[in-house]
Each structure stands twice: as structure tokens, then as C-alpha cells.
Write a protein that binds this ligand. Structure first.
Ligand SMILES: Nc1ncnc2c1ncn2[C@@H]1O[C@H](COP(=O)(O)OP(=O)(O)OP(=O)(O)O)[C@@H](O)[C@H]1O
Ligand SMILES: [Mg+2]
Length: 235
């Protein structure tokens, strides 16, 4: 496994947000974490990225323990996160936003090549490279957030609700981009409230309910699971 979350707990002011959560992510494909508001999805990703401290358990990435590392060291190991709500810099241009993703890198020539690569993958961003990020549409801002994470040259990409607030046709475009990233060899952990989308994209899925993994399995099996259908697919 590339990433192993082993039995982690997270507490906020003494209240458990995650209770013994274990999740495994292989070296390829998409693992999704679905769940309702407040289930602990973002907390799980933030724990992996070193943004939220765990109170017990362990997190391993590529054979090394990472749960004691600060966020910049986690990025340096190869884990990039696209946070919930995108969190791009509104008063920087598209290109400046993308460059911030490479702030830990010292391979300047490769950074320029990768920036060109991002503009090939996201032609809409190339047209708007000198535009302030705040002037972009929601879908374009999500592309900037994903592009910025890719500029870190990650070996694992964590996506926190990339479909949030986007129109169906834009969600399809983001889904296509996610598939392309995986096809290019970067595995993805996809957190989503949109279970239909997530189960359609992912190979394997975890259902998080009030801080606990209540179910996990192949996405196509969970898609047929009666509880998942009723609680998350609106069937
Ligand atoms: N910084 C914080 N301080 C205190 N409580 C927090 C903090 N962040 C999250 N929580 C609580 O932890 C629980 C899990 O929150 P989390 O944001 O991980 O859920 P989520 O599954 O990402 O929800 P959503 O789908 O709404 O984004 C919630 O009860 C939330 O109120
Ligand atoms: Mg969240």
C-alpha cells in the first residue's frame, strides 16, 4: 500500500471527530471517502497532510511513518492536497497561484516544464494565466486548485470535495481531469458528498459515518449496497 491510515483518532477540544479510522490506498487508482456533513472526511485528509494532529494511531506513506511530520515535510514526501473550498489566492494571477504549488521544489527547469504541462492539460487556464484568480468561474478555480497541487509533483493527490458548488457539466469536466491524472500515474484519494460521482470514479470506497468507517469495499459493490443506496444515492 502507498498510504496506510492505521486506527487513527482525532479530537477537537476533547470531542472525538475520528474514532479508530483505518484506510488503505494502493499505488494506483482512486480511493473515495464518502459521508455526510461532519462525518470526518476533511479531518481524515487534514490528518494525512499533517494539518491536524492525531491523538492515536499511525499514518504510513511509502513505508515511512508520516504522522509526526509538519505539513511542508508531508508535501515534500509527495502528498499534495486540494482543500475543501479550493482556497486559491484571489489576488494572485492564475500563473502565480500555480507557481505557489512548487514552492518546495528546487528543480527550476522542471518547474517551468511542469507549468507548461499544466497549461496543456488546462487550456482554459493558459488563456487566463495573467488574470486574477478571483475573476475565474468556480470550475476554473477548481482547475487552478488542482493544477497548483500538481505543481508540487505529488505521488499522491488528496481531493476534498472537488465537485462542490459546480454545475453538472462542469463536474463532468473535473471528473475527466481526475481520470486523466490517475491515468498519468498519480493515485487519488477523493473525498465527496456526491456519492454517485465518487462511486462512479473510484475503484474502492470507504463510508465514513460520525467519525467511524461503517462500510468499505469495491465501489461497484457499495453502489449496489442497500444502506448506501438509501443513505447516499437517494434511491
Ligand atoms: N477545527 C475544528 N474545531 C472543532 N471541531 C471541528 C473542527 N474541524 C472539524 N470539526 C468537527 O469535526 C467533525 C468532522 O468535521 P469534518 O470537517 O472532518 O467533516 P466532513 O466530513 O469533512 O464534513 P463536510 O462534508 O461538511 O465537509 C464535525 O463534527 C466538525 O464540527
Ligand atoms: Mg469536509
Amino acid at each position: 500500500m502507498l498510504l496506510e491510515i492505521r486506527d487513527i483518532q482525532v479530537h477537537y477540544n476533547g470531542v472525538a471527530a475520528l474514532k479508530r479510522v483505518s484506510i488503505e490506498v494502493p499505488v494506483d487508482g482512486i480511493v473515495t471517502i464518502i459521508g455526510a456533513n461532519g462525518a470526518g472526511k476533511s479531518t481524515t485528509l487534514r490528518a494525512v497532510s499533517g494539518l491536524t494532529a492525531i491523538s492515536s494511531g499511525e499514518i504510513w506513506f511509502d513505508g515511512a511513518r508520516i504522522d509526526t511530520l509538519p505539513p511542508d515535510k508531508v508535501v515534500a514526501r509527495g502528498i499534495a492536497q486540494v482543500p475543501e473550498g479550493r482556497r486559491i489566492f484571489p489576488d494572485l494571477t492564475v500563473e502565480e497561484n500555480l507557481r505557489t504549488g512548487a514552492y518546495l521544489r528546487t528543480d527550476a527547469a522542471a518547474v517551468e516544464r511542469d507549468l507548461d504541462g499544466i497549461f496543456v492539460r488546462f487550456p482554459r487556464l493558459k488563456e487566463r494565466r495573467r488574470q486574477w484568480a478571483k475573476t475565474l468561474s468556480g470550475g476554473e478555480q477548481q482547475m487552478v486548485a488542482i493544477g497548483r497541487a500538481l505543481m508540487a509533483k505529488p505521488r499522491l493527490l488528496l481531493l476534498d470535495e472537488p465537485s462542490m458548488g459546480l454545475a453538472p457539466v462542469v463536474i463532468l469536466e473535473i471528473a475527466r481531469i481526475i481520470k486523466e491524472i490517475v491515468a498519468n500515474g498519480v493515485p487519488v484519494v477523493l473525498v465527496e458528498q456526491n456519492a454517485e460521482l465518487a462511486l462512479g470514479l473510484a475503484n474502492y470506497a470507504y463510508v465514513l459515518e460520525t467519525g467511524t468507517v461503517s462500510l468499505h469495499g469495491a465501489s461497484r459493490d457499495l453502489h449496489e449496497n442497500e444502506h448506501v443506496k438509501r443513505a447516499y444515492l437517494g434511491v
